[in-house]
Write a protein that binds this ligand. Structure first.
Ligand SMILES: NC(=O)c1ccc[n+]([C@@H]2O[C@H](COP(=O)([O-])OP(=O)(O)OC[C@H]3O[C@@H](n4cnc5c(N)ncnc54)[C@H](OP(=O)(O)O)[C@@H]3O)[C@@H](O)[C@H]2O)c1
Length: 237
């Protein structure tokens, strides 16, 4: 349960070694000490549980174990891969690895998470979507389509939970400098995990359903979304 001032006390991170997730946990710690459960592929100690997005049969038991110690105020779903777009365009297994990790694996764990939150009667699910979900781009449409599926699912889940005391916050970052993007040149409006964490905390405070990071991407993507297809193709985004 959040404390009397509304501050988060207990967090579950699915994909616990994500740099955006680490920045969020550190940012929450600044407000008050936070009890953290991490779902990771390589659990190393107490507070860390085994989680692999691709091992769907284990997700129910993972969620049970995560909630075994008590209520969770915020669940952050951060596990994801960028994939290699040129490879994925020609190799179905490579494309499916992206879709199964980012979309199917996330749905598989979000359903038991939502069930547990319904049972406890409060909590916020934070889903790391992407600007890539807003319009699939030529340069990364495999990743973009995985995030579009996840984003749509998360929005619908949020609508289905309206009035239950449970919120879903969809986060759409642009280019964030983390290990996921370390090999790439900065994209437009590139930002840091710390800045994304700040936007998420602001979203949690006002019980928002969507945040963009940086916030002005909302307006940029509103234009990109409306570009006619022939112009969009010529831009080679
Ligand atoms: N960086 C960006 O520009 C950006 C922009 C928009 C959205 N996002 C999204 O934000 C989320 C976090 O990304 P990040 O930037 O923090 O990158 P990151 O540091 O690379 O974090 C991604 C995490 O996902 C985990 N993961 C990958 N495959 C997994 C699997 N099969 N099962 C469980 N965990 C798995 C990785 O685990 P390991 O540590 O074991 O590899 C890693 O800790 C991702 O969903 C990403 O798509 C990122």
């Amino acid at each position: 349960m959040r404390d009397a001032l509304g501050a988060v006390q207990r967090v579950l991170v699915v994909g616990g070694r994500s740099e955006i997730a680490k920045a969020l946990v550190e940012r929450l710690h600044r407000d008050r000490p936070v009890d953290v459960v991490l779902g990771v592929r390589d659990p190393r100690g107490p507070g860390e549980l085994s989680f692999d997005a691709l091992d769907r049969s284990s997700h129910g038991a993972f969620v049970e174990a995560a909630f075994a110690k008590g209520d969770i105020d915020v669940v952050l779903v951060a596990a994801g891969i960028l994939g290699d777009q040129p490879v994925a365009e020609r190799d179905a297994a490579a494309a499916l690895a992206v879709i199964e990790t980012n979309f199917v694996g996330a749905v598989s764990v979000l359903i038991p998470i939502a069930e547990r939150l319904r049972a406890q009667g409060h909590g916020t699910i934070v889903v790391l979507s992407s600007v890539a979900a807003e319009r699939a781009r030529r340069a990364n449409f495999v990743y973009g389509s995985s995030k579009a599926g996840l984003d749509a699912f998360a929005q619908g889940l949020g609508d289905s939970l309206a009035g239950t005391g449970i919120d879903v916050l969809v986060v759409r970052p642009g280019f964030v400098r983390t290990k996921m993007t370390a090999a790439l040149p900065d994209g437009p409006l590139a930002t840091t995990p710390e800045a994304v964490a700040e936007e998420i905390v602001r979203g949690l405070q006002r019980r928002a359903h969507t945040v963009w990071a940086p916030a002005r991407l909302r307006f940029v993507m509103a234009v990109v979304r409306l570009l006619p297809r022939p112009l969009f193709r010529r831009l080679r985004m």
